[in-house]
Design a protein around this ligand. Structure first.
Ligand SMILES: Nc1nc2c(ncn2[C@@H]2O[C@H](COP(=O)(O)OP(=O)(O)O)[C@@H](O)[C@H]2O)c(=O)[nH]1
Ligand SMILES: [Mg+2]
Length: 321
């Protein structure tokens, strides 16, 4: 049965594709599929769209599908919905919000239930992406509900992570604290047609300025009015390919440094919130240089006694030899 499905997949049979994805979603034949997928398929470009429910991911993805099709690119979408009885209707909603010509063979959309405890990401997404690449899609769009653990997973699966934020949600503090900007290659100030986009954008910029090592494009966009869609499309193209783990073994120092800053900042805030705020404000006003800021923040933490991983005796010996 599997051989037949894989043969038909190679022949661009959408039913076979659909059935393979269903098997994977149910956790069946995972290893067999993994080992028998044809090697050397041209890797597609995997773009993840993440952000809280209702921020407009599906609507925006729908607009970007249109753009991709205008350029002759084929697109598959894996939309991960949080597994909740309330979101039962969302499965239909996604198709409604991503209107495509039903006879368009260049678009494939599949809604998936996100597994609980996986931070908004469906299980076995990596294998599903490989199947879609074997089929030959140029682009694979992932829609996932951020933020948290799942975003880290998404980073490992996607070449580009697009984070959507919207004005006036009242949860600004939550995303500032959670450090979710770390996962983003592109930040979208979405629903820019609504009031409050300016404020949101300046807050995002202020946070990104704390990590000057990495430049993250911030794009104002509205799926409703079409504002910024061209700019967003370009920003996505501009991110170099091959970032996915396995494709690039090089450590990403800029990202590590940024994560480090968030960890230090979080701990410094916990140790002495008022002083941390003061130090950061000095930096933002350009009064103090970055290295001094780092030292001042580290000083707030005091001597770190806990948690530093020490090499095992064997590792010490290996280093020494
Ligand atoms: N004002 C405004 N509303 C939008 C925009 N894009 C989507 N929406 C609305 O936001 C709601 C949630 O959209 P949806 O795409 O389902 O969000 P998702 O949960 O992130 O996939 C829907 O009611 C959309 O009509 C936009 O650019 N501006
Ligand atoms: Mg959606």
């Amino acid at each position: 049965m599997l051989d037949d499905l894989l043969d038909r997949l190679a022949g661009h049979d959408r039913n076979a594709l659909s059935r393979l994805l269903s098997l994977i979603a149910r956790g069946q034949y995972l290893e067999e599929i993994r080992s028998r997928l044809p090697r050397g398929a041209k890797p597609g470009r995997v773009v993840a769209f993440t952000g809280s429910g209702g921020v407009g991911k599906s609507t925006l993805v729908g607009k970007l599908i249109e753009r991709a099709r205008q350029e002759g690119l084929t697109v598959a979408v894996l939309a991960c919905d949080p597994q909740s009885p309330l979101s039962g209707g969302a499965l239909l909603g996604d198709r409604f919000r991503m209107p495509t010509r039903p006879d368009d063979e260049g678009v494939f959309i599949r809604s998936l239930a996100a597994a609980s405890g996986q931070g908004g990401v469906a299980k076995h997404l990596d294998l599903m992406i490989r199947v879609l690449e074997a089929f030959g899609f140029d682009l694979v769009f992932l829609e996932t509900v951020g933020a948290g653990q799942g975003d880290v997973t998404v980073r490992e699966l996607a070449d580009v992570v697009v984070l959507l934020l919207q004005p006036e949600t009242g949860d600004d503090l939550q995303w500032e604290k959670a450090g979710i900007l770390e996962v983003a290659d592109v930040v979208v100030i979405h629903k820019a047609d609504l009031p409050g986009a300016d404020l949101l954008e300046s807050r995002v910029q202020a946070i990104l300025e704390l990590s000057p090592a990495r430049s993250v494009p911030v794009v104002r966009a509205s799926a409703r009015t079409g504002e910024g869609l061209g700019e967003l499309w370009q920003a996505i193209q501009d991110i170099p390919a091959g970032r996915r783990s396995g494709l690039s073994a090089r450590p990403d120092w800029a990202r590590l440094a940024e994560t480090m800053l968030h960890v230090v900042r979080e701990r410094a805030e916990a140790a002495d919130a008022a002083n941390t705020k003061h130090i950061l404000s000095l930096y933002k006003r350009g009064v103090v240089c970055p290295s001094e800021i780092c030292r001042a923040l580290l000083d707030l933490l005091g001597p770190t006694s806990e948690g530093s991983p020490r090499p095992s005796p064997e590792e010490n010996r290996r280093e020494g030899s």
